[in-house]
Design a protein around this ligand. Structure first.
Ligand SMILES: [Zn+2]
Length: 465
């Protein structure tokens, strides 16, 4: 009896592993033709027009003048608002405004306005696509920050202004940093709102302000989301994504980096794996390079403001940066590769559309936060349990050896919330679950992770000398 049962289980395992490998080899069946059309409708010409317009404001510094209708941050935010409003009556476009006190790199009390366009879905859970529209330029730019001295804060001011109350109106075109992420966000607001697709999640196209003063607009919005319990499920942040020629001469127009904070199976890491998986399927000509670190050395971006308040967020960064064209008057339209920026926009579109069509990711923990994974029933099996995700018609189980970064195996199961994988040692593999709807749209994975253990102090008895 025992022998027969064991051989039967072994056969099941071979079947499961064999099936999962063949499933990995045939991904095209899961693609949604509506998402394919959405991805194809990214327009280089429109990206070009947006970038030229953004450059025309000469500076979009959060500390620049707001009186002019053609120059400075006031003119720029008004144009972004009206441009997104023109795309569709379905888009709810507004300023997300804050009165910010003088502090840090903010030289005076100033009103800062994110520009946000919301495309309501059937559910309130939110997927963000974002960039920052503000700019900065300093003598020497980012290349001097990189080259001079040991590890300075590259975003810090070089000298205090003569009059702290005067607007900062020096030329700061910021076409790549971060006109590129802003143009990508605005263009995706257009194609999503005009797609006619009925998304489950609410999509938010967010142009942040104050990034160059310390992620100010993103921090304030994330704080508001915590206070108002706004369910932000994922943030795709794009900052410096439009140039394919490194300042050292190395050219790479075929890959994009995606940074995510750890630890290894954090939700942000799972979001990065999701971008690689679904971006790669819809845009196979562009390779996603996930980076297992929060951002580049000594540098930051708006996704970190969301991470720090507990939200799931990743940062897209071009693969080869040209530091001469960052935080510098030379960050102009000439430094942009439109075809490269368009590819990065397509990867964002594929990932965001799939996420917004899919059910939310399932929870794999109980009410005490413990992972619902055991060795039952034999003591040597992997027994997984998860909480049903609204709208799910099936679940996809992923696993990999515990010494690895990419999922190695996957198995689609029906509309169940438990699964036993016989004779799989849970200590040797990482397991995760994604929710899948009836049409095959998949959430990102929730992994079974051991919560960190706190150290217990051991009491000792004083010894006699
Ligand atoms: Zn930036």
């Amino acid at each position: 009896m025992t022998v027969r049962r064991t051989s039967f289980l072994a056969a099941v395992i071979i079947l499961l592993v064999g099936w999962s490998r063949s499933a990995l080899a045939q991904p095209a069946a899961d693609l949604d033709p509506r998402v394919m059309r959405l991805v194809e409708s990214v327009s280089e010409e429109r990206l070009s027009n947006i970038l030229r317009k953004l450059q025309s404001f000469e500076t979009r510094s959060s500390l620049s003048s707001t009186a002019s209708t053609t120059r400075g941050v006031g003119a720029a935010r008004e144009w972004i608002l009206q441009e997104m409003r023109s795309y569709s009556p379905k888009l709810q476009v507004s300023f997300d405004s804050y009165l910010v006190a003088k502090q840090g790199r903010i030289t005076r009390d100033v009103e800062m306005r994110n520009v946000m366009a919301m495309l309501p879905g059937r559910s309130p859970r939110r997927i963000y696509i974002s960039g920052h529209y503000d700019t900065v330029a300093r003598p020497g730019g980012q290349s001097r920050s990189n080259a001079s001295g040991p590890a300075p804060d590259p975003d810090a001011r070089t000298a205090p202004p003569a009059d702290p109350n005067a607007p900062l109106d020096n030329l700061a075109p910021g076409v790549n940093d971060d006109g590129s992420g802003t143009a990508l966000t605005i263009e995706l607001a257009r194609i999503f709102s005009q797609s006619g697709i009925d998304f489950d999640a609410t999509l938010v196209f967010m142009c942040h302000v104050g990034e160059e003063q310390g992620l100010v607009g993103a921090r304030l919005h994330a704080q508001k989301a915590v206070a108002e319990k706004i369910p932000i499920e994922a943030v795709l942040n794009n900052d410096i994504v439009g140039n394919d020629k490194g300042g050292n001469g190395v050219i790479d127009g075929a890959t994009i980096r995606v940074y995510s904070e750890g630890p290894e199976d954090s939700p942000s890491r799972e979001l990065a794996r999701f971008v690689q998986r679904w971006g790669g399927r819809y845009v196979p000509s562009h390779k996603v390079r996930p980076m297992a670190r929060p951002d580049r050395f000594g540098r930051g971006g708006d996704h970190s403001a969301y991470n720090q308040l507990g939200f799931t967020a990743v940062g897209f960064r071009e693969s080869r940066e040209n530091f001469v064209r960052q935080h510098d008057v030379r960050d102009t339209f000439e430094g942009i590769s439109l075809s490269y920026l368009a590819q990065n926009a397509r990867v964002n579109a594929a990932a965001a559309a799939t996420l917004a069509l899919a059910p939310p990711p399932p929870s794999v923990t109980n009410e005490r936060g413990q992972p619902q994974i055991t060795r039952a029933p034999s003591g040597y099996d992997a027994s997984l349990k998860w909480t049903a995700a609204p709208g799910a018609a099936a679940y996809r189980i992923f696993w990999r050896e515990a010494w690895g970064v990419d999922w190695q195996h996957e198995l689609l199961v029906g509309n169940v919330t438990t699964l036993v994988l016989p004779n799989m040692q849970i200590d040797d593999y990482v397991f995760g679950v994604a929710a899948v709807d009836a049409a095959g749209h998949e959430s990102f994975v929730t992994a079974y992770v051991t919560p960190p253990r706190t150290s217990t102090e051991i009491k000792t008895v004083p010894q006699k000398p």
